[in-house]
Design a protein around this ligand. Structure first.
Ligand code: CP
Ligand code: NVA
Length: 307
């Protein structure tokens, strides 16, 4: 079974094939309207079930469009609509039933452990649409976007400022595989997952963890951030925002990066917190392309899982 759960589960070649496949399909369809399928409709007659235990704008809609463009159909379910979400059916039983109805499952859930539990019992591939630990689909769209804007990501430098969250964790795994330098500036208290950082170091990832946002952003090809408060955050939000204040991406930070550096954010953003509107709406920002590319990266992920 080909599951898309962690970036680290796939080989460098598999990840590269997904990115290149996304580029190819995107260019081949040209300016077709979003709901019109690709001419070969590679997953015609197949169904994707999507389950969301947390809110989503981009993941939900871009996956729906991805499935449509590949010629398949999708069913979208929210937490209060199925028994598993409400806690009155086990993952094992849910997985057995869903395996008979659909050809692929995408889930966004709180605990990463739930995805691993689903994997044990599913007879169809599963895609991780965000957990408390990671967000691999986002990172694939980000790499596609980076390469469309700045060319091959290998050897380039990405600066991540702010919270060492689920998106940052997946970026660390991507830095190891795609061989780019990743500099993460964050307070000690909000560093990324320790195990993921240790594995990256062991695998010779060019990873710098610093408390200095200017050191991270210096001469970077891309500056990136995410919300300071993630959907699964339970701590003192006010206190966290105060500690993270010096990691805001603003004009001053963008000035120390390369003059042609891009700004990225997975969205949704809290404007004037982790990023100023001046940067987000500025010339260096590629955030809208990033959101659009979710469709194209995910089409390639679905194809890789189903083939
Ligand atoms: N970036 C992202 O995953 O956005 P949504 O939460 O809107 O899906
Ligand atoms: N880190 C954010 C990403 C949202 C797409 C969260 O988990 O809420």
């Amino acid at each position: 079974m080909k599951n898309f759960i962690n970036i680290s589960d796939l080989s460098k070649n598999e990840l590269r094939a997904i990115i290149d496949g996304a580029k190819k399909r995107k260019s081949e369809r040209g300016k077709k309207p979003n709901s019109q399928p690709d001419s070969d409709q590679p997953i015609q007659g197949k169904t994707m079930i999507m389950f969301f235990a947390k809110p989503s704008t981009r993941t939900r809609i871009s996956f729906d469009l991805a499935v449509k463009q590949l010629g398949g159909s999708s069913i979208i379910l929210n937490e209060d609509e199925i028994h598993y979400g409400k806690g009155d059916e086990t993952i094992k039983d849910t997985a057995k039933v869903l395996s008979q109805y659909a050809d692929i499952l995408m889930i966004r859930t709180n605990s990463h452990k739930d995805i691993d539990e689903f994997k044990k019992y599913l007879e169809i591939p599963i895609i991780n649409g965000l957990t408390d630990l990671s967000h691999p689909c986002q990172i694939m769209a980000d790499i596609l976007t980076f390469e469309e804007s700045k060319g091959d990501i290998e050897g380039k430098t990405i600066a991540w400022l702010g919270d060492g969250n689920n998106v940052a964790n997946s970026f660390i795994e991507a830095a190891t595989k795609f061989k780019f330098e990743l500099r993460i500036a964050c307070p000690k208290k909000y560093q990324p997952n320790k195990k993921i950082m240790a594995t990256a170091k062991k695998n010779n990832c060019k990873l710098l963890i610093t408390e200095d946002p200017y050191k991270a952003a210096k001469d970077a090809d891309c500056v990136m951030t995410d919300k300071w408060i993630s959907m699964s955050d339970k701590g003192d939000k006010k206190k966290k925002k105060k500690i993270l204040k010096k990691y805001q991406v603003n004009k001053k930070i963008m000035k120390v990066a390369k003059s042609d550096a891009i700004f990225m954010h997975c969205l949704p953003a809290s404007r004037e917190e982790e990023v100023t509107s001046e940067v987000m709406d500025g010339k260096q920002s590629v955030v809208w392309l990033q959101a659009f590319n979710r469709i194209h990266a995910q089409k390639s992920i679905i194809e890789w899982c189903i083939k």
